[in-house]
Design a protein. Sequence first.
Length: 124
Amino acid sequence: MDAVTLPQFRVLVVLSNFGPLRMGDLALHLGANQSSFSRFADRMVSGGLITRTASSESRREVIISLTDEGSRVYSDVTRARRQEISDVLDRLSTSEQETVLAGFEVFARAAGEPAADETLILGI
C-alpha cells in the first residue's frame, strides 16, 4: 500500500465523499487557508493523487478531483484501517464492544456527524 500523510488522506476522504470540488470549497472543508492549500495541492497533483482543472463556469475557479490512483489509495487505506479496527474489536468481549460503540456514537455526535439512520435516508 502507498504511504500517504494524514493531511493527504483527509483530502482523499473529502473528495471521495463530495466528489470534485472548487479549490476554495475543498480548503474550507479541510479548515485550510486557500493559498497555502494550493501549494499542498501541487504536491498531491505531482504525486498523481488529484487533478486540477479549470471550471467550465469560470476560468478563475479551479476544480480539484480524485485521480484513479487517488481513488485506489483511498480505498486501500480505508480497507486496511477497517481491518485493523476489526482485529482490535474482535479481541474485546461483547460488553466491551458495546461500550466502544457507545463511545463512538458520543464522539460522532460531538463531531457533528449524522447518525447512521440519517445517512441511510440520504442513500449514503
